[in-house]
Each structure stands twice: as structure tokens, then as C-alpha cells.
Unconditional design. Structure first.
Lengths: 112, 115
């Protein structure tokens, strides 16, 4: 069955630390990949997406992600986190049009 | 302003009392979808719709119904709610099936509590 795995459910970092959140999916076909962020009490917003071309994609607020096809991975990175990055992060995979599967989410808490 | 609007934002009700959560988008999107969000499980797709009068089940459709009579509206219906349907619900939309690389736009969520 298709699935999306996010390796870390909770991450606590200090400001200025580097961030990497893992995401792996299980699906052999063509995919479109997304990272969404949900700030406390708000709806999901797009951070970045990949559907073709350069596997290193840059998003808003200094986030980037790298698609590694051979590893079925789409990890999210940020060189230096800020307190305002405290949120829940979701990796999502669109399976060729109809279905989108979300990971369970990673709660990030950044200590000021 | 482009948006997805859900109502109500909060609802506390009792087991068995039919309820409807409305969802409306003003972006002329063909694709709409409902998700429920539960701690540790992320978002799980309930139903989706590719266009007017075209709907299909997601991963967790049991206990839910949807309809898509107009392009802009996609209500979620709980005919006989049960406590295990207590959750945070999100409606989302995006352009049509040929644009699956486009992100979804999410509503602000509806928090349902079924007693």
C-alpha cells in the first residue's frame, strides 16, 4: 500500500540550529511531492513542492528540500531555524492526480 | 481574496444527530477534497471530487457522505455521527486533474466533537 513516512514526530531545536526532517514514500510511479507547514491554530500552507527538474527545490522562509528518487525520499532542510518556525510540518505525495497521501507530521519546537 | 471557506469552525454535538460541514472555494478549482487530522496520524483523505458530480472515496470514507452539485461547494455529511468521528476536518481545493503538481489550498478547519 502507498504510504508516506516522516521519521521524527517531535523535534526540539535551539534557534540557529540546522534542521533536517525526513520523508520517505512508498510508490513506484510518478509523484508530485510537497511540504506543508501548519502554524499553531492555522490551516496548512505550502512550503515547497517538487514535480520535475532540479531535485533540489527552494521554498519560502529559507526552506529547501531534496528529492532523491533512488531512495524515495524528499527531506526538508533549513540551515538556521528561528523561533517563528515552531509549527507542524507535513510531507505529502500526490500519486499521479487523484490521491494525495500525507505523512503523520513532525512537530518542531524552536527554543528562543 | 482566494480562499477556501468552511463552516462551522467548531461544533459540539451528540451521537446520531445528522450534521453537515460546508466547504466553498472561490478559485474555480475543479478538484476538492476532505481530510481529517488526528494526532499522530496526520491528514487522512476522506473523499475527493474531480469535478461536478464526480466524487470518489479516499482512505477513510466510512461514516461520511459528500456531494458536488456545484463547482464551488463540496459539503461533508455525517448522517449518524459517532464519537470516533471527533476530529479536526479540513477541506482543500486545487486546479483540475491535469494539474496535480499544483498545491492544495486549505480551509481553516472545522473542529468536531461528537459526544
Amino acid at each position: 500500500a502507498q504510504s508516506v513516512s516522516q521519521h521524527n514526530h517531535h523535534v526540539i531545536l535551539s534557534e540557529a540550529a540546522s534542521l533536517e526532517l525526513g520523508c520517505n514514500y512508498s510508490y513506484g510511479g510518478t509523484v508530485n511531492l510537497f511540504w506543508y507547514v501548519q502554524y499553531p491554530g492555522q490551516h496548512l500552507q505550502l512550503l515547497l513542492k517538487y514535480f520535475s527538474g532540479d531535485p533540489l527545490v527552494k521554498g519560502i522562509k529559507g526552506f529547501e528540500a531534496e528529492f532523491i528518487k533512488s531512495k524515495f525520499s524528499f527531506n526538508l532542510r533549513k540551515p538556521s531555524v528561528q523561533w517563528s518556525d515552531t509549527a507542524e510540518y507535513f510531507c505529502a505525495v500526490n500519486l499521479g492526480g487523484f490521491k494525495t497521501i500525507f505523512g503523520a507530521g513532525t512537530r518542531l519546537f524552536v527554543k528562543a | 481574496e482566494a480562499q477556501v471557506t468552511q463552516n462551522p469552525r467548531y461544533l459540539i454535538t451528540v451521537t446520531g444527530k445528522k450534521l453537515t460541514v460546508t466547504c466553498s472555494q472561490n478559485m474555480n478549482h475543479e478538484y476538492m477534497s476532505w481530510y481529517r487530522q488526528d494526532p499522530g496520524l496526520g491528514l487522512r483523505q476522506i473523499y475527493y471530487s474531480m469535478n461536478v458530480e464526480v466524487t470518489d472515496k479516499g482512505d477513510v470514507p466510512e461514516g461520511y457522505k459528500v456531494s458536488r452539485k456545484e463547482k464551488r461547494n463540496f459539503p461533508l455529511i455525517l448522517e449518524s455521527p459517532s464519537p470516533n468521528q471527533t476530529s479536526l476536518y479540513f477541506c482543500a481545493s486545487r486546479p483540475g486533474i491535469g494539474e496535480s503538481n499544483q498545491p492544495q489550498h486549505f480551509g481553516d478547519g472545522t473542529r468536531l466533537s461528537i459526544l
